[in-house]
Design a binder for this molecule. Structure first.
Ligand SMILES: [Zn+2]
Length: 415
């Protein structure tokens, strides 16, 4: 691979919250070799890509989505009726749209398609971001990952051959389900320790799995140098997950002071997903979401922004995700909506939101020190944005503003 030198008038240094003028980045063998002022690096023989305008920054990361090739809002039917082959083709197109939108890494929190798309991208058969996937969602009987209205053996992926649910109760079944997930190619384990908006008969505040069950799963993940992520919305379920050693808390709608203490002790990342809650609350009814889901989303929205601000002010690590699955309301490639919502609706500092989408999300993906920063030794995952996203975050929504997408040293898009 020949070396590439990228020259840009501005470089967004997210780590130090500053913008540097007239910079160049030397890339070799997929990694960043040197970063410095224009004409300061040893770039003899390198291919030169120079931009007259724009802001170079780390590639974006969505730390929570479902690359399942959804096309309607009826996610239960999509999950169980659409054949896997079709899902994989749709999800492959979605992966391409994500890369085009500047997302160079995504974390799939449960889908049967993502693991195959991941392999196709690795082989060079398909184009897309770096994918980390849990493949499955571990859930207790009557948990958030269980579809409460249909027969149980239609739900569990081991008996239905469809979808991504693994139903497990008790320490031994939990261990076995975690081992099964790794057997099928999971990069990490996803569990549900509370109910949720999109599960019919439970509530976001309901606690699911015992601490012992969670601990067994965390232990299995640790055995293979991996980690556990938990869908956790209610207070007790969030805190149970943290007590058992879970590393990423997904959604985190109702945290309390103990959450903050446990989160810091655990060095956990809290993955905020404001857009999905807002979208279902505001547009769900018209789009055909079940009434109970729309009502629960609206209820959660009452507290979510306040609690996001509480988490941020408490100093825990914040990441972000969309929970998008590819439907009209959750279209892949529009994932920067989460960054915009956190700045515009939750009124967070844009620097903090960029840090969440890069450095902290890299940590949530288990890629700390490998991506998310424009620094020597990191993967050359870089994008160039035409306008300054610190001043105008919505610039990220328009993919024609993303003038360069480089993933691991390879240019996938250049306008
Ligand atoms: Zn999710």
């Amino acid at each position: 691979m020949t070396a590439i030198l990228i020259v840009a008038p501005k470089l967004i240094d997210v780590e130090n919250k500053r913008i540097l003028d007239n910079m160049e980045v030397l890339v070799e063998n997929g990694k960043i070799k040197e970063v410095g002022k224009v004409n300061s690096t040893d770039s003899k023989g390198a291919q030169r890509i120079e931009f007259e305008e724009g802001y170079l920054m780390p590639g974006l990361i969505d730390a929570h989505l479902h690359l399942m090739g959804g096309r309607s809002e009826s996610y239960i039917e999509e999950s169980l009726i659409v054949p896997d082959g079709l899902k994989i083709i749709r999800a492959t197109n979605d992966a391409k749209a994500l890369l085009d939108a500047g997302f160079t890494t995504v974390r799939d929190c449960g889908s049967s398609a993502a693991v195959h798309v991941r392999e196709a991208i690795r082989e060079g058969e398909a184009v897309g971001p770096r994918i980390l996937t849990s493949v499955f969602i571990l859930t207790q009987t009557f948990g958030h990952g269980d579809f409460h209205s249909i027969p149980e053996n239609w739900v569990d992926a081991r008996t239905s051959g469809r979808g991504s649910a693994l139903i497990c109760d008790g320490v031994e079944e939990c261990r076995k389900a975690a081992r099964h997930a790794f057997r099928e190619g999971a990069d990490f384990i996803k569990i549900c320790t509370t109910g949720g908006v999109m599960s019919q008969k439970d509530k976001p505040e309901n606690t699911q799995f015992t601490v012992e069950e969670i601990r067994a799963i965390v232990e299995e993940a640790n055995h293979v140098n991996s980690y556990t992520a938990s869908h956790a919305q209610g207070t007790e379920g969030i805190n149970n997950a943290l007590k058992a050693g879970v590393k990423t808390i997904e959604h985190a709608i109702y945290p309390n002071e103990e959450t903050v203490k446990l989160g810091k002790e655990n060095d956990a990342v809290f993955i905020l997903t404001l857009t999905i809650a807002k979208t279902i609350a505001e547009e769900g009814e018209k789009a055909g979401y079940p009434k109970w889901a729309v009502e629960k989303a609206a209820q959660a929205m009452n507290d979510y922004i306040k609690n996001i601000r509480f988490l941020v002010s408490s100093g825990v690590k914040i990441g972000l995700g969309t929970d998008f699955f590819g439907s009209k309301l959750t279209k892949m490639g529009t994932n920067a909506r989460e960054l915009v919502a956190l700045v515009k609706d939750a009124k967070l500092d844009p620097w903090l939101v960029l840090e969440a989408a890069t450095i902290n999300n890299a940590k949530a993906c288990g890629l700390e020190g490998k991506t998310g920063v424009v620094k020597k030794g990191y993967f050359a995952d870089l994008i160039l944005v035409k306008d300054n996203p610190v001043e105008k975050i919505e610039t990220l929504l328009n993919t024609s503003n993303i003038a360069l997408v480089m993933k691991e040293g390879k240019v996938y898009k250049k306008l």
